[in-house]
Design a protein around this ligand. Sequence first.
Ligand code: HEC
Length: 115
Amino acid sequence: MAISPSIRLLGAAALAAALLPAHALAADIAKGREKADQVCAACHGKDGNTPIDPTYPRLAGQSADYLFQSLVDYKNESRKNAIMGGQAKSLTRAEMADLAAFYASLPGQLKYKPK
Ligand code: HEC
């Protein structure tokens, strides 16, 4: 029996939804800001641009996908860093998505400066 095109389409939609990163579905910038103010601002600065140490990265304006993936990687230790590993451990995927969306929404200061 042939599979009807509409059933096939449904299957494709379900697959696409399963493969989408969490933050592509629903990220809450306001919640991200709240968490960031409480926790992350201590090191990355309230504006995501004024880290307390020059070796700490600026998060403002970076891509949400990259920020989200970095947090996932710190949590599962595929990206190893003692400080951020500890920070990411307690974050849920939804919190990571909110935080990534918040920092991505801020004006970035990342510039390439040719010599
Ligand atoms: C105690 C200081 C500290 C706190 C608090 C902290 N971070 Fe970090 N963060 C760092 C350091 C140091 C690095 C660089 C780690 C590395 O080299 O991988 C970093 C890196 C990152 C990166 C990778 C950025 C890049 O450019 O690759 C992300 C994303 C990030 N932090 C998000 C957060 C979020 C979200 C929070 C709050 C839940 C947070 N950080 C709290 C110190 C901190």
